[in-house]
Design a protein around this ligand. Structure first.
Ligand code: HEM
Ligand SMILES: [Cu+2]
Length: 557
């Protein structure tokens, strides 16, 4: 430690990357490195994902036959409720922001860490505390209100563990607020010199917009759940109409959060896809500015459409009309995005690496989900199919077909950067394709079953619906197997995978200019930014003088 090295004079001494900078358990549990916190989140939400998945596997098995065969109706209700609560709040909401957002935002904007590293770690602990409440709820016997906690059932009639389930969601909500505040501050304060707002990668824009929605809407969820607890536990008359309360009030409060929340789940996925498509089409992203405005529009209008979940609740028909109209309006920015992704492919040199397969899968499935949303936004159609499997198919197309596909796309795209290892590409492609088929086989029949009148949340049904349910359950088995594959070959890659170069795909984002895996403080030299994020065309024009990484990407194609 005696000799002083001046920056720039000598090559930097080899330093451990963030994964090897301290390997004790304590060094992980007290870390403030955003990259390590991202890994902690990744492990946590993987556990939640498989817990929520196990619950719904039982549900799908039960629905194999019309009259049920191994679950009581009570257990059935508890299983689908647990599934919804875990998947929405413990997987989908934190999935992309807390793992990839955490890992990538500082790297993408050229910062050493997020703005509040300790708050970041605290928010992970809050997620754990919420998870403990959720698991306790399950062990204690479960909850049967569905993920929506509708009153008066949740306040007056259910005799399951509503209080601890509400506590779980309440606590994890604070984790989400803390993370949102952190990302907003990071994006405002820590951008590298030259990283102007309109040079931000769209992934950063999408996480930024998501964070604003999180910070503004999550408190409303927290308040609604507190009110449920206040009525159920303390007996305060809030929703009980016999004592001057209003059960519909709960639905307004709940959907005021939960409609924006569906964009918390899908905007980050849109961000991921906007990074992957230009890279594997070797094209500039078409209409960058419009994409930014579309993100802002979706985040903004998302606050004004909650009443489309309440067309059959008895709200004023005038309210329904306006909510219906606004729901059609919000489809416009979503359609712009789909159009621009498609246009970015036009005349591209497309390579179908696994991240790209997931991204293309996202575009197709998200579009199907969005189009079915237009059916639901139309009041007469909605009245016909509300509370049927049509709605179940609609939101699973967007949230599972869309967001979960994008999550896997992100996982494969940034895996080399995160772990420093390459995975077996043909396995990855096989998993992506299997997932796509398994998904469609599971959820496409549900549109038909729902349209023909099969209600959701029932554990028995008339025999005429069996064919759809058998298809759906068989598809679910394929899907489950496809989800297990990455767990296996990615673990394999950690042990036996080839070393990843810094930029295996020849991508143009800042995160690819540092080592794989990155050093603890991300960049050895403060990056300077002098261009936008998707300069693939520039790179194509200078072919021949390509950096080695770029040639590497070509040979992968
Ligand atoms: C074009 C945009 C969209 C429109 C017009 C739309 C419209 C609707 C409507 C009207 C309903 C209520 C159906 C009913 O209960 O009768 C609904 C349900 C739902 N939508 Fe969408 N949607 C859109 C996009 C999305 C997105 C992007 C997501 C998620 C990321 C999503 C997630 C959901 C969920 C979770 C439900 C069901 C909630 C429940 O009852 O459990 N939707 N959608
Ligand atoms: Cu909605």
């Amino acid at each position: 430690m005696s000799d002083v090295v001046l920056a720039g004079e000598l090559p930097f001494p080899p330093r451990p990357d963030y994964l090897r900078a301290g390997s004790t358990l304590a060094s992980w549990l007290t870390t403030t490195d955003h990259k390590r916190i991202a890994i902690l989140y990744a492990l946590t939400i993987t556990v939640f994902f498989f817990m929520g998945g196990a619950a719904i596997t039982a549900v799908r098995l039960e629905l194999f036959v019309p009259n049920g065969w191994f679950l009581s109706s009570d257990t059935y209700n508890r299983l689908f409720s647990f599934h919804g609560i875990i998947m929405v709040w413990f997987f989908l909401v934190p999935s992309i922001p807390n793992t990839f957002g955490n890992f990538l935002i500082p790297l993408m904007i050229g910062a050493p860490d997020v703005a509040f590293p300790r708050l970041n770690l605290f928010s992970w602990y809050l997620t754990l505390v919420g998870g403990v409440f959720a698991v306790y709820t399950l062990i204690a016997g479960g909850v049967d209100t569905g993920w929506t906690f509708y009153t008066p059932f949740s306040t007056m009639f259910s005799n399951t563990h509503v209080l601890t389930a509400a506590a779980a969601v309440f606590v994890v909500g604070f984790a989400s607020i803390a993370t949102g505040v952190n990302f907003i501050a990071t994006t405002h304060m820590l951008r590298a010199p030259g990283m102007t707002w309109f040079r931000l990668p769209l992934f950063v824009w999408s996480i930024y917009a998501t964070s604003i929605v999180m910070v503004l809407s999550t408190p409303v969820l927290a308040i609604s759940l507190m009110l449920v607890v206040a009525e159920r536990w303390l007996g305060l008359p809030i929703f009980d109409p016999a004592r001057g309360g209003d059960p519909i009030l709960f639905q307004h409060l709940f959907w005021f959060y939960s409609h924006p929340a569906v964009y918390i789940m899908v905007l980050p996925a849109m961000g991921v896809v906007s990074e992957i498509i230009p890279c594997f089409a070797r094209r500039r992203l078409f209409g960058y500015d419009f994409m930014v405005y579309a993100i802002i529009a979706i985040a903004g209008i998302g606050f004004f459409v909650w009443g489309h979940h309440m067309f059959v609740s008895g709200q004023s028909p005038y309210a329904s009309l306006i909510f219906s109209f606004l729901s059609f309006v919000i489809a416009v920015p979503s359609a712009i995005k789909v159009f621009n992704w498609t246009a970015s492919l036009y005349r591209g040199q497309i390579s179908f690496n696994s991240p790209m397969l997931y991204a293309l899968g996202f575009v197709g499935l998200f579009t199907t989900g969005g189009l079915s949303g237009l059916f639901l936004a139309s009041i007469p159609v909605d009245v016909h199919v509300t509370d049927t499997y049509f709605v179940v198919a609609h939101f699973h197309y967007i949230m599972v077909g869309g967001s979960v596909s994008a999550f896997f796309g992100a996982l494969h795209f940034w895996w080399p950067k995160i772990t420093g290892k390459m995975y077996p590409e043909s396995w990855a492609q096989f998993a992506a394709i299997t997932m796509y088929f398994g998904f469609n086989m599971t959820f496409l029949p549900q549109f038909f079953a729902g349209y023909l009148g099969m209600p959701r949340r029932y554990h028995t049904y008339p025999a005429e619906f069996q064919v759809y349910n058998v298809m759906s359950s068989a598809g679910a088995a394929v899907l489950a197997a496809a989800y297990l594959l990455p767990l296996m070959y990615l673990t394999w890659s950690l042990l036996h995978g080839k070393r990843a170069p810094n930029n295996p795909w020849g991508a143009t984002g800042l995160e690819w200019t540092t080592t794989s895996p990155p050093p603890p403080n991300n960049f050895d030299i403060q990056p300077l930014v002098d261009r936008g994020p998707y300069q693939y065309h520039a790179e194509r024009e200078s072919a021949g003088t390509d950096a080695p990484e770029v040639q590497n990407a070509r040979s992968l194609r």
